[in-house]
Write a protein that binds this ligand. Structure first.
Ligand code: ADP
Ligand code: MG
Length: 481
């Protein structure tokens, strides 16, 4: 048996997501990314003696929102605990976190891989505050500390050791990122560190039920790196076991230049953080009514919409999946579907020319100026044969983006783009082409039927796109019989 089929990998992921609140978890300091170092800080962030923190209600709401989106049980009785450790970027000497009562427990996230659909089981989602940032390259002699990030609210989403391949892990983080953005609790920006992932990996013989010794690869800052780090670890650990070496529990880091990981420290035994309940914050109890309120404002989740788009609007699984990548896109589809029932065309327009235009101009979908009604009008214009799709997408759409108040028919008229169904006019163009290309005509008559495309193309040029290609094709076929 070769090593690939002899072993199976076991993977558990811990994803930290920065909650999109205006202020920090326990004080009013700004929680926004960046800013001049050490400007989003007050005596509370600095942990000065005598200061009193208080809990940000919005952060609690966001944590519950994510828990409900992941089908978790929501803990009613919550308290925060101090997790004590010393580190230069931790001004208080402890991190406020949740210990025995994570706010969300259990639950799952649905992923799709080449192996099919799978519910990845969650262990918990808990709330905690972020630490500051040590900056090693700002000064030649010193490490600088920026505390702007200290105290920013995070949720840590922890899976069970329930994944077995790098592909599953890749899809899992992709889904989690999509979900937090969809429900608006985190911007999902991995470059800015709003979403960070630690990957725990072990291997064992296939069929074995006990878990192998794991290593933890810390702070993966892109979904690709999550995949690459896991692939590397599986290979490295398999080779070690095959050589008869023992795997030691380690914390490792990923080197994106070489796609390899390296050890930062051996974890001999569990750290003792001397957890105890945070005495400066009151425990809080969540009522049924409060949780119900959040549930009823959650809206349709991507998973639900995915099947609705296929059932109610008869979209293909591919189109439905594409539209469910981002909420603004899905919402735009649903709004447009109120004005036209040519659903397939709506999907084609959104996933084709509209997205292409936005990408090329680096505009996000939420900044789209086109209205659902206008897109529906455009679809009707094409369906009525007044303009063809190519003219509509290449010539009318760009003008619409610049003049969102205009209608497609106005623009088509103004730019003289309306197709003509006037047979006399079209016939004229057809005759011109036939006279111009006698050799091609005789080749066609000898059986080279593919030349029809060339003829139609010539009329397209002559008419500047105004001749309806269906009519043109028909006329040529008549003439060349
Ligand atoms: P730690 O105390 O080291 O943080 P936890 O038990 O809290 O470990 O688990 C952290 C993460 O590691 C979880 O996502 C869990 O699923 C995963 N995990 C735990 N044991 C293993 C293992 N043997 N192999 C792979 N992943 C594991
Ligand atoms: Mg851990």
């Amino acid at each position: 048996m070769n090593a690939d089929t002899k072993y199976e990998a076991v993977i558990g992921l811990e994803v930290h997501a920065q909650l999109a609140t205006k202020s920090k978890l326990f004080c009013g300091d700004s929680a926004s990314f960046g800013g001049e170092p050490n400007t989003h800080i007050s005596a509370i962030t600095m942990g000065h003696p005598g200061t009193l923190p208080k809990t940000n209600k919005k952060a609690v709401e966001y944590a519950i929102k994510m828990g409900l989106a992941c089908h978790c049980h929501i803990e009613r009785f919550n308290y925060f605990a101090r997790k004590n450790y010393f580190y230069p970027d931790l001004p208080k000497g402890y991190q406020v976190s949740q210990h025995t009562t994570p706010i969300c427990q259990g639950g799952y996230v649905i992923i799709r891989t080449t192996q099919g659909e799978k519910k990845v089981k969650l262990n918990r989602i808990h709330m905690e505050e972020d630490a500051g940032k040590s900056i090693h390259d700002a000064d030649p002699d010193y490490t600088c500390v920026d505390l702007n990030r200290a105290g920013v609210p995070l949720i840590e989403i922890v899976t069970e050791p329930d994944m077995n391949t790098a592909e599953e892990a890749f899809q899992y983080v992709t889904e989690v990122r999509k979900l937090v953005r969809w429900i608006g609790v985190c911007d999902g920006n991995m470059e800015e560190g709003s979403l960070r992932c630690d990957a725990n990996v072990s291997i064992r013989l296939k069929g074995e039920t006990t878990l192998g010794t794991k290593v933890e690869v810390k702070n993966l800052n892109s979904i690709r790196n999550v995949k690459k780090a896991i692939e590397f670890e599986i290979e490295r650990m398999t080779a070690m076991v095959e050589r008869g070496e023992k795997i030691t529990q380690q914390t490792r880091s990923f080197d994106a230049d070489t796609d390899t990981t390296f050890s930062i420290r051996d974890k001999e035994e569990a750290n003792d953080y001397r957890y105890f309940p945070e005495p400066d914050l009151t425990p809080f109890y969540l009522t049924e009514k409060y949780i119900q309120g959040i549930q009823s404002n959650l809206g349709q989740l991507p998973e639900e919409l995915l099947s609705r788009l296929q059932q109610e609007f008869a979209l293909t699984p591919y189109d439905a999946k594409q539209l469910c990548e981002e909420k603004p896109e899905a919402d735009f589809f649903l709004e447009t579907a109120k004005h036209t029932n040519h659903y397939k065309a709506i999907a084609n327009w959104i996933l084709g020319p509209v997205k292409q235009y936005l990408n090329e101009n680096h505009v996000s979908f939420s900044k789209l100026t086109l209205s659902p009604q206008t897109l529906a009008d455009m679809i009707t214009l094409v369906d009525d044969g007044k303009v063809n799709f190519s003219t509509a997408s290449h010539k009318i759409l760009p003008v619409l983006f610049a003049e969102p108040a205009s209608t497609p028919i106005e623009i088509a008229t103004r730019l003289n783009l309306l197709q003509t169904n006037d047979d006399n006019e079209i016939n004229n163009w057809v005759q011109q082409v036939l006279t111009k290309m006698p050799e091609k005509v005789s080749e066609y008559k000898k059986g080279k039927k593919g030349l029809i495309g060339l003829f139609v193309g010539e009329v397209k040029k002559l008419s500047k796109g105004k001749a309806d290609p269906k009519t043109v094709t028909h006329l040529f076929e008549e003439q060349l019989k």
